[in-house]
Design a protein around this ligand. Sequence first.
Ligand SMILES: Cc1cc2nc3c(=O)[nH]c(=O)nc-3n(C[C@H](O)[C@H](O)[C@H](O)COP(=O)(O)O)c2cc1C
Length: 337
Amino acid sequence: MSHEPDRRTQLTQDLQRVVALAVLAPSSHNAQPWRFHIGGGFVELRADRLRALPVVDPDDRELTIACGCALLNLRVALRAEGFDSVVTRLPSPSERSLLARVDVRPGSPPTADERRLCEAIVTRHTAFAPYSTVTVADEIVARLGNDAALEGVRFHALGSEAQRVALVSLVMEADHRQWSDPRFRRELAEWTRSNDSDARDGVPGNAVGLDNVASHLARFTTRVLDKGTNTALHDRDLADASPLLAVLATSGDTPLDWLCAGEGLGRVLLRAEVEGLAVAFLNPPVEVPELRTEVDRLCGEGSTSQIALRIGYGPAGIGTPRRPVADVLDDGPAGSA
Ligand SMILES: Cc1cc2nc3c(=O)[nH]c(=O)nc-3n(C[C@H](O)[C@H](O)[C@H](O)COP(=O)(O)O)c2cc1C
């Protein structure tokens, strides 16, 4: 009797487990803009543009970065299961939403480091609280840089006080500009959730430190109030208290660069988790085109900024919900989505 069907069922179950780890990736407003198709020995990753954020991310740049993080999680989870993968990025010029095809084959057993990175997928959360002033050792900064480089991404640690001050003032300026736009506030409010919400996407108040009452009011106040000044001051305090500010950058600014930036970001976030570091995003200035060129300048010649981070030691984030895996899986033949 052939064992082929059993083997295929086993592989499909393995790949579903791997996708369940991929969806723990971070995404802007926790929109989770991805879909997966599991075929016979491969996984396809598609952008879910119904979950785009047209105001804050009109070109789907951050959407593609988030999908890149999910792709990195997928690759790390495959290795932890003892699989090797061959990734074809943007395999189909006629289907722009197909971001990657990952062909899976048996590989060597995972190393201890590969296992640790995979465990970090589950425990990693954006850590929105303030950090202590304990500095991040140079060798750990170098390790984060190496991980970004493995994915072809540059990790620019802002070493001088002048660079830090410049980034913080760009964050504050971006906060003012974004919050003064009612369309930005409306979009953010749509993804703002109360602490007792049943929604499996969006950002609940408790993830960003709001109590139950404040979390119920947040959706309304976000929509109607320009909180630019308070947000700018809050972000300034958070950034000032963070021992390490860093910008992830690429050499170009195409969808392929965005996907790779996401893979680099994903690997840096997992490495940071392994090292016991807390990480949060300072992305507003990268989201405002005129300010983004200033962030590019902080990185130096030939760098295009993609993500700004604050990094340090502090309370772990509590995490945000995810949709069940069944909600992100497309069945049917490859390419039917
Ligand atoms: C591309 C990208 C941009 C983001 N930008 C911001 C940001 O500017 N400010 C912020 O507080 N969080 C930002 N986030 C973090 C998300 O809010 C967070 O990942 C999401 O809520 C899911 O939570 P988790 O990271 O704990 O899983 C960003 C995440 C990604 C992937």
